[in-house]
Design a protein around this ligand. Structure first.
Ligand code: NAD
Length: 322
């Protein structure tokens, strides 16, 4: 019997080709945008899909699983983060949930480094200044930034992405690396000369603080007013993990009041909205949740999400079962 797959929004072709190559009937949501939860429920209810390929912008809870029905075996998330899915509800219903770890690690680490360099060298500000016709000639004090080489990077969350960022920092820029994670990693410390510290020490001693933890109840607002108060006035905060890990209004205040020197963000507390005042700050570099968005990586994420579906529908344990 032919199996039916629902994809909540168009994804790169390699994923769709892999599913169609298996003879599955693939339906992609016709809406050019994020489906609301109500629209998702309507799209799934009574349709007897065998699998759903969903995105980090889809809020997947028990009502969505119920709408998908008992014949649906898997929700394959097209992201490594899975804070958009209620895993307890999935477990109770025996629903398999998967993510796409690993294939995006290098790309997100590159984007993180692009943000570190952009903030320190004031790239976005300088670009806007130049395009606006303000450049009237070389000047000794024009748009002075901060060096990155030799400074201290504090990595919060030393998982796949955090350790790759630390690699670039230590090997490429001769940076000292501090890290905080519930799990210390002695091998990593040896290879990179890194030091395991608690979060307050990391905040006090780092010149660049880069966040790489998953969004969990324990990591929501991990960085807020108290934490900004501990940072150096010359520090930069970089967040490419999930927006609610940083109290964004507190960040705006910290940037305005000079508690820290700058910030670079790819993710926001209430995406796609920005906290009032954030977009007006010249010392914030902002990208629209694109840290994994290269042609290569988005294609690999689509293939991996499809592979998870294929494995589940063929009766095997998918490689990225959560
Ligand atoms: P990972 O699971 O390999 O690493 C997460 C690390 O955080 C782990 O080492 C874990 O022990 C640590 N951690 C958990 N709770 C912590 C806490 N309270 N304090 C300090 N460390 C803690 O995940 P990954 O593949 O490195 O991805 C990290 C996150 O990056 C994802 O969860 C996702 O939300 C985000 N992400 C964002 C983008 C983007 O487009 N901006 C792309 C990919 C991933």
């Amino acid at each position: 019997m032919q199996q039916h797959i629902f994809i909540t929004r168009r994804i790169p072709e390699p994923g769709i080709r892999a599913l169609e190559g298996k003879g599955y009937n693939v339906t992609v949501s016709g809406k050019d945008g994020v489906l609301t939860k109500e629209e998702l429920i309507v799209a799934l209810k009574g349709k007897s899909y065998d699998a759903v390929l969903c995105l980090l912008t889809d809020k997947i809870d028990d009502a969505v699983f119920e709408a998908a029905g008992a014949q649906c075996k898997i929700f394959a998330n097209y992201a490594v983060g899975f804070d958009n899915i209620n895993l307890d509800a999935a477990k109770q219903r025996g629903m398999t949930v998967t993510n796409t770890p690993g294939v995006l690690t290098n790309t997100v680490a590159e984007h993180t480094f692009a943000l570190i360099l952009a903030a320190a060298h004031r790239i976005a500000e300088a670009d806007a200044y130049t395009r606006a016709g303000n450049y009237k000639g070389w000047a000794p004090m024009l748009l002075l930034g901060s060096d990155v080489s030799g400074k201290t990077l504090g990595v919060v969350g030393l998982g796949r992405i955090g350790s790759r960022v630390a690699h670039h920092a230590a090997k490429g820029f001769g940076m000292k690396v501090l890290y905080y994670d519930p799990k210390p990693n002695a091998e990593f410390e040896k290879e990179y000369g890194a030091r395991y510290v608690d979060l307050p020490t990391l905040l006090k001693e780092s010149d660049f603080i880069s966040i790489h933890v998953p969004l969990l109840p324990a990591t929501k607002y991990l960085i807020g007013t108290n934490e900004f108060a501990m940072m150096k006035k010359t520090a930069y905060l970089v967040n490419t993990s999930r927006g609610p890990i940083v109290d964004e209004q507190a960040l705006v205040r910290a940037l305005k009041e000079g508690m820290i020197k700058g910030a670079a963000l790819d993710v926001y507390e209430n995406e796609p909205s920005l906290a009032p005042g954030l977009a007006d700050l010249p010392n914030a570099v902002l990208t629209p949740h694109i840290a994994s968005a290269t042609e290569e990586t988005r294609g690999k994420m689509a293939e991996l999400a499809a592979l998870n579906i294929i494995e589940a529908l063929e009766g095997r344990v998918p490689p990225n079962k959560l």
